[in-house]
Design a binder for this molecule. Structure first.
Ligand code: FAD
Length: 465
């Protein structure tokens, strides 16, 4: 067996792991990264990027369909659109190849050694990797676990055949005529909406009493209205329990407790993701867990000396940009910098229709924390740019501490609001007050003006509402 020794060993080349390795390489640490699949992890290969590519394709197709029906007030008409989903998927795969190839190039540029294969932990300082040329042992001074997460299956609906996880759904080469989506979290709603726009007859089953149960209810209402408009059937308080492949029937128990069934061609199960802590020797390390996740402190240190964990494997919020920020921080800590996790806001985005953004505290979060707040809401109905985009549903909401007007949270729902997520986080991280946002000249006409107006409204002097 060949031995490699290094200062820093990163397991998993998702957004957490590859960012950590690049930064470590830049800082002169002798770094090795091990990845079983392709660099980029869930995010670039089967998550963030592929899903947004398919959402874009679906939006384009739906827009043309709207024109073809003569339903557009813009005076545009066109012939009925057609879609070759296999080509769409090829296009999406091309983007993925460019990005994953780019990650490999960046790792190389930073002087990071890349090893391909599954790593199995032997102890807190060494792993054995099953590479194409045989097993390779890697010994490291410091180890970073960045193994990500995996889709959770339901006992009666194991993945395989017609039962898909988001990974298979993103590579379908034909649009299913009838699609059931089990779980109305952000992944289920993003993909369910995309398939409805591509022409599938979509039914959503959600065990909780509302869609996006982990999100602020007020923010989700415009999305619920849009699902209805798109003809998507939503069953709430509904528990899917089994699927008969021969008859293509999905059974579920509805809100009244009655057994129901629907005929479908594919079932997409999106009931959550679980930190990938269960396999490949990780259990032998005897790390302290927090539920299913590896417990970490504000430096991403685990309970074992010299072993760090970052990204989805450390639990919620399971988001690519959190994983990246943790990765960068850990590389700097290992290189001797003084860093700690002190973020005030990790913006979260739902690329639903309309989109939702939440950064910092919602009014409910603030109230639960016993903070006295003032809020300002500004509807896109009063925003000129939203009107020119033909979509004025949704609003911006700003939450500030009552005593000094320091902004604690900003949320929005509306078309293209994802592009404002970083602006929201920036204001919160900089410790901006309502007065700062209100006094900043906002470009016109933009949807960002709604944030300024929300701040003015919280101060009691909105201009356009
Ligand atoms: P991952 O990206 O999961 O990477 C972990 C890597 O480790 C994998 O490549 C895996 O092969 C490798 N690995 C695991 N074990 C081993 C081992 N023993 N040996 C070698 N390699 C190993 N997040 C967002 O922020 N925005 C979005 O819009 C968004 N959309 C999403 C859409 C979908 C459909 C899905 C599924 C997820 C989405 N996410 C999104 C979540 C995002 O993908 C994750 O938060 C992010 O990828 C986590 O990064 P990570 O580095 O922790 O782990």
């Amino acid at each position: 067996m060949i031995d490699i020794t290094c200062q820093l060993l990163v397991i998993g080349a998702g957004p957490g792991g590859y960012v950590c390795a690049i930064r470590a390489g830049q800082l002169g640490l002798d770094t090795v990264i091990v990845e079983a699949a392709r660099p980029g992890g869930t995010c670039l290969n089967v998550g963030c990027i592929p899903s947004k590519a398919m959402i874009h394709a679906a939006d384009e197709f739906a827009r043309l369909g709207h024109f073809a029906q003569g339903a557009s007030p813009l005076g545009i008409t066109t012939a009925s659109p057609a879609i070759d989903l296999a080509r769409t998927v090829e296009w999406k795969d091309g983007i993925v190849r460019r990005l994953t190839g780019g990650v490999s190039g960046l790792l190389k540029k930073a002087g990071v050694k890349q090893v391909e294969g599954w790593a199995r932990f032997r102890d807190g300082k060494s792993v054995v990797v099953e590479t194409a040329t045989g097993p390779q042992r890697i010994l490291a001074e410091t180890v970073v676990i960045a193994t990500g997460s995996e889709a959770v299956a339901l006992p009666g609906l194991p993945f395989g055949g017609d039962i898909l996880s988001s990974t298979e759904a993103l590579s379908l080469t034909a649009v299913p005529e009838r699609l059931a989506v089990v779980g109305a979290g952000y992944i289920g709603l993003e993909l369910g909406t995309a398939f409805a726009k591509l022409g599938s007859n979509v039914t959503i089953l959600e065990a909780a009493g509302r869609i996006l149960p982990l999100w602020d209810a007020e923010l989700t209402r415009p999305v619920a209205r849009r699902l209805e408009k798109l003809g998507i059937a939503v069953h709430l308080d509904a528990k899917a329990d089994r699927y008969a492949e021969n008859t293509r029937t999905l059974s579920f128990v509805d809100a009244e407790g009655s057994d129901r069934s629907i005929a479908v061609d594919k079932v997409l199960v999106t009931v959550g993701r679980r930190p990938a802590t269960r396999a490949r020797g990780l259990e032998e390390l005897d790390l302290t867990l927090d539920g299913h996740a590896i417990a970490v402190d504000e430096h991403c240190r685990t309970s074992m000396r010299g072993v760090y964990a970052i990204g989805d494997v450390t639990g919620e919020p399971m988001l690519a940009h959190r994983a990246m920020a943790q990765g960068e921080m850990v590389a700097e800590i290992v290189a001797g910098h003084r860093r700690a996790w002190d973020k005030r806001a990790i913006p979260a985005v739902c690329f639903t229709d309309p989109e939702i953004v939440s950064a910092g505290l919602s009014p409910t979060d603030a109230q639960k924390a016993g903070i006295d707040i003032r809020t300002g809401v500004f509807p896109f109905q009063a925003n000129g740019r939203a009107m020119t985009l033909e979509r004025d549903d949704g609003f911006v909401r700003i939450v500030a501490r009552a005593g000094d007007n320091v902004i604690l949270g900003i949320q929005a729902t509306g078309v293209q609001v994802s592009e404002m997520a970083s602006y929201f986080a920036h204001a919160i991280e900089m410790g901006a007050r309502l007065e700062d946002v209100a006094a900043t000249v906002h470009a016109h006409p933009t949807q960002g003006e709604a944030v300024q107006e929300a701040a003015m409204r919280a101060l009691g002097h909105a201009l356009h509402v």
